[in-house]
Design a protein around this ligand. Structure first.
Ligand code: SF4
Length: 244
């Protein structure tokens, strides 16, 4: 089951014009975590990533293919936190190789949701994240003090990977940060929306929606995402694929 692989390929297309800085994951690189959200006041902020008026996107894609994710890494396209001088465009994209995607049962999709929620459990000191799930943006206010202490995407990426890997089903994680100007942030945001649609459709299927594609409100997504219809009619549904 590789529902997200076409979106991974689209993402590779967005990034191919850049040359990333790459760090292998080490737990020692994790930034200090406060365990709960911190308020970084405007007067204490160095700048904002993905601020309003700037490009911003945030999404997670799952795969079982080692050709896409074969190790734990942090990639950065653009300037690192210490080099940024003002509000800037920002995307954070996570590719996860997950071991359970070949198990064809409901548990898989519940686990995907659990894994997605890991992003709400990372609270790096001096790095205040505001996620807007409804418009697929992520905005980060970075404190002057954190910059002074040498914060890097290497540290933030490590913190996310550590959190994702707490779920035993996550085999490898690749966290990609994008701050370079001129990248296709609109395309990334569209991809974020498509990824959200896939995950939500999976959830809806499991909640027992009607099984006549011709009258189903999710038909547009299922027509676009290879494998979705097969998945629906292979997950214990007694429905029919009429209307194709
Ligand atoms: S496979 Fe058909 S019935 Fe199932 S969610 Fe997709 S469009 Fe709806």
């Amino acid at each position: 089951m590789e529902l997200y692989n076409s979106l991974i390929k689209d993402t590779q297309g967005f990034l191919e014009k850049g040359i990333p800085t790459v760090w292998d994951y080490s737990e020692h690189d994790c930034w200090k975590d406060l365990g709960s959200s911190e308020l970084v006041m405007q007067r204490d902020a160095a700048y904002e990533l993905g601020a309003s008026g700037k490009g911003s996107a945030n999404y997670v894609l799952f795969t079982s293919g080692a050709e896409f994710v074969d190790r734990d890494q942090i990639l950065l396209y653009g300037s690192d936190l210490k080099e940024i001088r003002g509000d800037t465009d920002f995307a954070r994209i996570v590719l996860l190789r997950v071991g359970i995607l070949d198990d064809d049962n409901e548990r898989v999709y519940r686990i995907l949701k659990d894994i997605e929620f890991a992003k709400y459990h990372v609270y790096p000191e001096g790095y205040m994240v505001r996620i807007s799930p409804e418009n697929y943006r992520e905005q980060v206010r970075v404190s002057k003090q954190a910059i002074h202490h040498g914060i890097s995407f290497r540290n933030i990426g490590a913190s996310y990977i550590k959190e994702y890997k707490k779920n035993v089903n996550v085999l490898n994680a690749k966290v990609i940060f994008v701050t370079a100007s001129g990248m296709d942030y609109t395309g990334m945001k569209d991809t974020a929306k498509k990824a959200g649609n896939i995950t939500n459709t999976l959830t809806t299927i499991l909640e027992g929606i009607p099984t006549d594609c011709s009258i189903c409100s999710l038909k547009g997504i299922c027509d676009e995402v290879e494998g979705m219809k097969e998945l629906h009619f292979g997950v214990g549904s007694k429905g029919t694929e009429k209307g194709h």
